[in-house]
Every structure is written in C-alpha cells, then in structure tokens.
Design a protein around this ligand. Structure first.
Ligand SMILES: Nc1ncnc2c1ncn2[C@@H]1O[C@H](COP(=O)(O)OP(=O)(O)OP(=O)(O)O)[C@@H](O)[C@H]1O
Ligand SMILES: [Mg+2]
Length: 227
C-alpha cells in the first residue's frame, strides 16, 4: 500500500545513555528504513528501546553512533535554528498524555501549532475548526481539555499534530492512557488519516489488539530489531 519512497533511514545507529558510571546501550546497530506513507508500529517489552528510537525519529534526541537521514538530509548537520524549523515543517508529534494546554480550548490548542509554524494568521482558528470537525469534534470546539474524554483529548492532539501538514506523525504509546476500545478507535483514525492524507505514521504500543491490526511492525528486544 505504501509508496516505496524513502523518508527516513537509520544507518547503524546506536544510542547509549550514561547514568553515573553505568553505561546503558538502549539501541544497538539499528538499520531501519521508513518509507513514505508507511504505518509502522514499534513493539517490544518495557525497556527495549521504543521511546529511545522514537526520540531519534523525531530528532528530539541524537544518535550516539551512526547516521539518520531524512530524505537526503543528514539532520545532524543542520544548525539548531534550522532543526527547529525543519521539525516544525516536517514532523507532527502525539504524546501519551496528550500534552494539551489546559487553559486553551480544543480549537486554540490546534491553532497554536499553526501559529508556531506560520505566525498569527486570521485563518488559523478557522482551519483548526475545520480539521476538528473532520475528526469528529465539531461539538467540542470550545471545550477545554478537562471537559473532554481521553479519546476526545487524543483526537485534539492528533488534529494539533496534523494541522501543520507534516510528512510524518510520531507517537510514543498514543493509546496507553486510553481504554482498549478507545485506543483502537484512535489507531483506526490514524490509519484513516494515513490512507486519505498520505501522512506517514510511526508509533509504539503494548496493546496486542492493536498489533494485530497493523501490517508493518518492528519488534525491539534489548535495543535490537528482531529479525
Ligand atoms: N534518559 C535516560 N537516561 C538513562 N537511561 C535511559 C534514559 N532513557 C532510557 N533509558 C534506558 O534505556 C533503555 C531503553 O529505554 P526506553 O525508554 O527507550 O524503553 P521503552 O521500550 O520505551 O520502555 P517502556 O515500554 O517502559 O516505555 C532502558 O534500559 C532505559 O532504562
Ligand atoms: Mg517508552
């Protein structure tokens, strides 16, 4: 289903953390290609390196060794300012605990992402409302996060990630704060966006019911991809 155009490539990537004198090899010798319009679930036990890997895919963190290419760009070589711009244009992130701003309405939470990308345009609010409508939140545009269910909050967070029209959306356990049924609805919504808007997705999950629905999974064990 996915077009085989390479979006992100890991070449022999290692990620090592140091805790005092203790050395933790969180990712070892990772080779990975993410193609355009992929829909990838990263699975594996706690501590296997899922978050470490996603933090590299989103360029929140840097590899200790090896190279990560985005198209032809070696992001490591960009200046800090350019990395920020690059991330804001290309990447959307969805968090486990939604990370919405509590004093902002659903619409304002989404519009803020546009404002960060493009400045304060008067269309920001209108565009945000349109997208929230599309994602089934038309009756909750003015609600603050506290007045939304977990599934509704995650829909707002998806809208916020999507509004800037990113090439890839990255999500670390986007369903773990939700009950299993709502979690599956959120994954279904992500899949629908993947198919209709051609956005690439990579996310981690523990939920076996979700794993069964995803064609392409990457299993990590002790920081290595299971072959
Ligand atoms: N900032 C850090 N400093 C030191 N060690 C870390 C750090 N982040 C992660 N680790 C270690 O790296 C390894 C991989 O952790 P990671 O968080 O990537 O696993 P995970 O698969 O996301 O686990 P979980 O399912 O519990 O979220 C673990 O041994 C963890 O303790
Ligand atoms: Mg994790």
């Amino acid at each position: 289903m996915s077009e085989d155009k390479k979006l992100i490539e890991f070449q022999k990537v290692n990620k090592t953390y140091f805790l005092g004198t203790q050395k933790i090899e969180a990712l070892k010798d990772i080779d990975l290609t993410i193609n355009n319009q992929d829909f990838i679930a990263i699975i594996g036990p706690s501590g296997s390196g899922k978050s470490s890997m996603l933090n590299l895919v989103s360029f929140i963190d840097e590899p200790s060794e090896g190279k990560i290419l985005y198209g032809d760009i070696n992001v490591e070589n960009l200046k800090d300012k350019d990395i920020a711009q690059f991330r804001s244009n290309k990447i959307g992130i969805i968090f486990q605990n939604f990370n919405l701003i509590p004093v902002f309405s659903a619409t304002e939470n989404v519009a803020l992402a546009l404002q960060i990308q493009n400045g304060n345009n008067k269309e920001n609010i209108e565009k945000s409302k349109e997208l929230l409508n599309e994602l089934g939140l038309g009756n909750h545009l003015n609600h603050r996060p506290n007045y939304l269910s977990g599934g509704q909050k995650q829909r707002v967070a998806i809208a916020r990630a999507l509004i800037t029209n990113p090439e890839i959306i990255i999500a670390d356990e986007p369903t773990s704060a939700l009950d299993s049924k709502t979690g599956i609805e959120i994954i279904d919504l992500m899949k629908k966006i993947n198919e209709t808007k051609k956005t690439t997705f990579i996310f981690s999950t523990h939920d076996p019911r979700i794993i069964n629905q995803v064609e392409k999974t990457i299993e990590l064990i002790d920081g290595q991809i299971k072959k």
